[in-house]
Design a protein around this ligand. Structure first.
Ligand SMILES: *Cc1c(COP(=O)(O)O)cnc(C)c1O
Length: 380
């Protein structure tokens, strides 16, 4: 007898997204090719147009597009004058780019534990880690959930810290009525393909309302060149947004609000379907409007549940399996798990379920049914 294999359900389905906007994307790509506008030099109209559109979306006047989200963090740190001898507060749970960008400037990342259930930087723990060398902080709006900006900004003000919001997972998230990325001195965005607004390759942007900072960031990103060609004021680097990526991002940006609403609807369905079947679902305090880059649950038997779902063709993810300070990359600094108890516990229990705007209700029902079966009985 032949066994029937149901269609696999991926964690993210970029092909489904392409199919839904194929004609718009194809036309945009053709337009770039027709003008050979491939590289994001000052005259590239596709890149400049995307910057203007993203500035309107991000509710900030200055947007500097660049090669990827990691570059945007590094360039902002450089533009702010952060370097050797300086300490920068970063959350203990994030993608390594957050801390790597600090080290690559010659500065020292200082890891701060996270809040249980919200997974963002704990403001009280952050205050404990401040020293006279602390010059900046990089709160991350992890999984699309805003960090506690009011408390973090109060600390930053008291200690004169430069604040870069890492918005790589939080395009369009809002905190107490205002968009994330508008609270700090600057914000960093990634348009990696799987992010809520994703290019078809690497891409990123820096966002600020400080014109001087924006000009400096742009100069660094284009080999230290000033207003005129061949007028190199400093040694910079090469970090540009490609014309093709800019044109693709412009198309996708027009759909981002609808996609975010779709993510929110799916998240509400998961919350209803999985209530009582997981140890912890993400907590959203009043005024914290997540954009659900990921839908994360905590499970005491995470690996067994992931294996059961995989057996039914359902992909899941772990963001992230180890807190940053416990990665091999930081072994020489001798960090211990009990210095970051929340991040350590969370990294053993988190599981990301399939969530993307094109996920259908029947697909989602299959994910929830599979998870409920794997849990056997309700836990709460
Ligand atoms: C994706 C990501 C980055 C880095 O972005 P890239 O475009 O991949 O370089 C930085 N921080 C966080 C939290 C991310 O998720």
């Amino acid at each position: 007898m032949q066994q029937i294999h149901p269609q696999p359900i991926p964690l993210v389905d970029l092909l489904a997204q392409y199919r839904s906007i194929k004609s718009e994307i194809d036309a945009a790509i053709e337009a770039v090719i027709a003008e050979s506008a491939f590289v994001g030099t000052a005259s590239n109209r596709f890149v400049r147009a995307f910057e203007a559109e993203f500035a309107a979306y991000a509710e900030r006047p200055w947007v500097v597009a660049c090669g990827n989200g990691t570059d945007s963090l590094e360039i902002l740190l450089q533009a702010a004058g952060i370097g050797p001898g300086d300490e920068v507060l970063v959350p203990a749970l994030s993608w390594i780019a957050t801390s790597e960008s600090v080290s690559s400037r010659g500065a020292t990342p200082v890891f701060v534990d996270i809040l249980p259930g919200e997974y963002t930087m704990d403001p009280l723990a952050a205050a404990d880690r401040v020293t006279p060398k602390t010059k900046a902080m990089i709160p991350v709006h992890l999984y699309g959930n805003p960090a506690h900006m009011e408390e973090l900004l109060a600390l930053a003000e008291r200690r004169h810290l430069f604040v870069i919001e890492d918005c790589a997972q939080a395009h369009g998230a809002r905190y107490r009525g205002r968009q994330v990325g508008t609270f700090g001195h600057a914000a960093s965005y990634s348009f990696f393909p799987g992010k809520n607004l994703g290019a078809w390759g690497d891409a990123g942007a820096m966002v600020t309302n400080d014109e001087t900072l924006a000009r400096r960031a742009r100069m660094i990103a284009q080999h230290g060149q000033g207003e005129r060609k061949h007028d190199h004021q400093i040694e910079g680097r090469n970090s540009r947004l490609d014309g093709l990526q800019a044109a693709i991002l412009s198309v996708k940006l027009r759909h981002l609000r609808a996609w975010t609403e779709a993510r929110r609807g799916l998240a509400r369905r998961y919350q209803a379907q999985l209530h009582g079947f997981v140890e912890q679902m993400q907590v959203y305090p009043e005024g914290f409007e997540s954009v659900f880059h990921l839908f994360v649950v905590e499970l005491s038997d995470r690996d067994a549940v992931a294996a059961a779902l995989a057996g039914e063709g359902i992909s899941t993810g772990i963001q992230y399996p180890r807190p940053l300070p416990l990665l091999a990359a930081y072994a020489d600094r001798g960090f211990r798990a009990d210095d970051y108890p929340v991040a350590d516990a969370v990294s053993r229990r988190v599981l990301s379920l399939p969530l993307y705007p094109e996920l259908t209700a029947p697909q989602q029902d299959r994910v929830s049914a599979s998870l409920r079966r794997a849990r056997g009985a309700a836990v709460a």
